[in-house]
Each structure stands twice: as C-alpha cells, then as structure tokens.
Design a protein around this ligand. Structure first.
Ligand code: SF4
Length: 304
C-alpha cells in the first residue's frame, strides 16, 4: 500500500477519508489538525497566554503535551505548564506520573503534581474501599476536575488543554445523548467562553482518532505509560466505546460526523458555557448548586 501523497510505503489507512499515509505525511497531517484546533480554540493573539496541559502519562495526554510544545514553544508570549492529578490508584498511577515526569524533563516543561490525598484527605482507592456500590469513575471524574482546576489556578493558566481524542469525544457526546443530558452536551469542552472562576478547557486532539494518536506517539519516539486503570472495567464509557467502534467500522467517518453534529448543535444553542456561577457553601469553589459534586460525595462518605 502506497501513500496517497507520495511514493513511500503507507503506515496507515484512514478509511474515513479514503487515504493512505506514509510516516511523514501522517505526522504532518496530525500536526496540521492540532495546530488548526489550537488556533481555533485558544485564538492565541499577541497577549501573554499561559496554558496548563493535563498529563496523565498515557498516550493521548503525552502526545498533546509534545505537540503543544512543538507548536507553541517558539512563541515568546506563550507559557506551557504540565499538570498531573495523582488519584492514588495503587499499581497504576505511579508509573503514569513517572512517564509524565520524564517527558516534561525531555521537553524542559515545569511539571506540577497534586494528589487526591493532599486535596481531599483520601486516595481514590480508600474512597472505593468505603463505597463499593458506586462506580469508581463517578467519584474520580468530578474530583479530578476539581484538582485540575486547582492546579490550573496554581500556575495562573488561561487555558487547560486536555488530551481527549476524537474517539473519546464521540463517546462523550453519545453518553450525554443517551442520558438525555442536553445541558452537559452543550457545555462540553472546548469552551468558547468561560464561567467565572473556571479555566477554559481546550482539546487539541479533538480531530485526531485514537489510532492516529498511538501511531504519532510511536513514530515520534514519545514514551508513554501503557498501564490500564484497574477500575476501567467498571466504567460506563466502555459500552459507548464499543458502540462508537462498531459505527466507525460499519460507517467510516461516524466519529467525525458525531463531532460535527455536536459542534453545530452547540453553536446554535441558546444555552452557553459562559455566565454567572454560584459558589459551593462548603468549599467555596465555583458550583452551579449549593454544594459542589465533590463536597456532596465527601459528605456522603463521612456517614459510611
Ligand atoms: Fe479514574 Fe475511571 Fe479513569 Fe480510573 S478509569 S482513572 S477511576 S476515571
């Protein structure tokens, strides 16, 4: 199989576009889409901008950090920090943090780590031990968002970049549709405007299918952690992952279609991600209800 753009051997077949790409053109294609998304989502002008990149040490966030650095490091008015959340998951998170640290050292980027233990007094493992009924990801998601916001505040970030790829994004859109959660669908990142007290999230890999992110990492010599979270099997997302894969297999281009559909929906919605937001009565952090989701969980766990 030859590359559609030159005579070299292709390393990848993109069924969604009908093209085959060699190593060089695949990397160029990934970089072009990421550059365009950064420009579109963060609209970097002449003013000073600080971006916190959330890095777990896995493939997507490592590729996101590497590309943000490659694309933005020559800009004098843009500063990049890496931030990592340590949930406290035995046998998993430590190796991810180590991979993130090594990549940051290689790129010369400051790396900031904050743990659930430091922030909430308990690790995720301890919380799961106390509450065995709740799916661990239901605890982990809001707590991680909270810690990431704290890290972004610490480095005074204007934006928080997340390594969410096209497959992840299509799964999240479908999850919100199936739950009938229109508000959450409309308020998904990337955020055009931001709610007071919260850092705008951008998704540089939103148009990069998972397989392309893996190939990009391998072809660019980016070392990442290959471990899987032990709670992954219980994640609700798994059935959506299978559904999106099945759609893509039967109808190539489905993931892009889901993304484009959600973008049009968000653009034409009267609901927006900006506007006033209240404060949690317990921790004082931004919250749309009296008690933020994290404090609600911690209060409930106290009774166990
Ligand atoms: Fe957290 Fe679930 Fe991801 Fe594990 S799989 S890190 S529990 S969100």
């Amino acid at each position: 199989m030859k590359c559609s753009l030159c005579k070299r051997e292709a390393v990848y077949e993109a069924r969604y576009s009908g093209s085959s790409l060699c190593e060089i053109h695949l990397r160029e294609s990934v970089e072009r889409r990421v550059r365009s998304e950064i420009r579109k989502q963060a609209g970097l002008g002449s003013s000073r901008t600080t971006i916190a990149v959330a890095v777990s040490g896995g493939k997507d966030s490592s590729v996101a950090l590497y590309l943000m650095h490659k694309i933005l490091s020559k800009r004098k008015n843009t500063e990049i920090f890496a931030v990592t959340v340590d949930e406290g998951i035995n046998g998993y998170r430590d190796s991810g943090i180590e991979s993130a640290r090594k990549l940051c050292d290689r790129l010369g980027i400051e790396h900031n780590v904050l743990s659930f233990r430091e922030t909430f007094g308990s690790t995720l493992d301890e919380i799961v031990e106390k509450d065995q009924e709740t799916i661990p990801c239901s605890h982990c998601g809001p707590m991680r968002r909270d810690v990431m916001n704290r890290l972004a505040e610490e480095v005074e970030a204007d934006y928080m970049a997340l390594g969410i790829n096209l497959d992840d994004y299509a799964q999240s859109v479908l999850m919100n549709v199936v739950k009938g959660d229109y508000e959450r669908l409309i308020r998904m990142a990337p955020h055009e405007n931001m709610r007071e007290g919260m850092v705008r999230r951008i998704l540089p890999l939103i148009r990069i299918p998972e397989k392309e992110a893996v190939l990009y990492a391998i072809l660019s010599g980016i070392e990442y952690d290959h471990g899987w979270c032990p709670y992954f099997e219980r994640a609700q997302r798994n059935s959506f992952r299978e559904t999106v894969e099945k759609f893509e297999d039967e109808y190539p281009g489905s993931r892009f279609a889901i993304l484009n559909f959600s973008e049009k929906l968000r653009k034409n919605s009267s609901l927006h991600s900006d506007g006033e937001i209240g404060k949690c009565t317990i921790c004082g952090r931004p919250s749309s209800s009296e008690m933020c989701p994290v404090c609600r969980r911690m209060e409930k766990l106290k009774t166990r």
